[in-house]
Design a protein around this ligand. Structure first.
Ligand SMILES: [Zn+2]
Ligand SMILES: [Zn+2]
Length: 177
């Protein structure tokens, strides 16, 4: 079965993880850019011509919005990938020319999932939660290799996987009829 890359459908889901503070900062930055180019720059003689000021404000504003939304995205995305959100947010902010952001997208780990027992972020591919030892994916008791959910015998060593798995359902009571 071919798993389709969800780059298109995933984009709206990715935007949803951008935190509220990043949207708020982006809005402030956009308004500030308009104010700077249309009010502050306009007061100084020798600045850009009047027709260019709204354009410059728009370009700078949108640039700031993209930058801040990316910072917010990295802050959330790093967390769910088991990377340090503080470190990567600072790197994305501090390294000039958006190189920190580019670096993040080059170096980021595969998306981690959350341990259902303790809520710790665990990387995909882990068999056990590193914090609470919760078994994240079914594995063979004999050789500890990951096996399929529907496997009855371990494909590596042949050990029966569900030998202790007694039917959990309560004994069915006979219905009068
Ligand atoms: Zn855990
Ligand atoms: Zn095995």
């Amino acid at each position: 079965m071919q798993v389709r890359n969800d780059t298109q459908t995933g984009l709206s889901a990715e935007i949803k993880i951008v935190p509220l503070w990043a949207w708020a900062l982006a809005g402030i930055a956009f308004i500030a850019a308009q104010f700077f180019f249309n009010v502050v720059v306009a007061r100084h003689s020798g600045g850009p011509p009047a027709w260019a000021r709204p354009l410059l404000g728009l370009v700078a504003g949108l640039g700031g919005v993209c930058f801040l939304l990316l910072i917010g995205y990295i802050n959330r995305d790093a967390k769910r990938r088991g990377m340090s959100p503080t470190l990567w947010t600072i790197m994305a902010l501090v390294i000039p020319n958006a190189l920190g952001i580019i670096l993040y997208f080059l170096l980021r780990q595969p998306r981690s999932s959350v341990c259902p027992q303790c809520g710790n972020a665990v990387q995909t591919g882990f068999n056990f939660c590193p914090r609470c030892n919760y078994k994240l994916s079914p594995s063979c008791q004999q050789c500890q290799r990951v096996v399929g959910v529907n496997d009855i015998y371990c494909p590596y060593c042949g050990t029966p996987l569900h030998d202790q798995a007694a039917p959990a359902s309560s004994p069915s009571t006979k219905l009068p009829g």
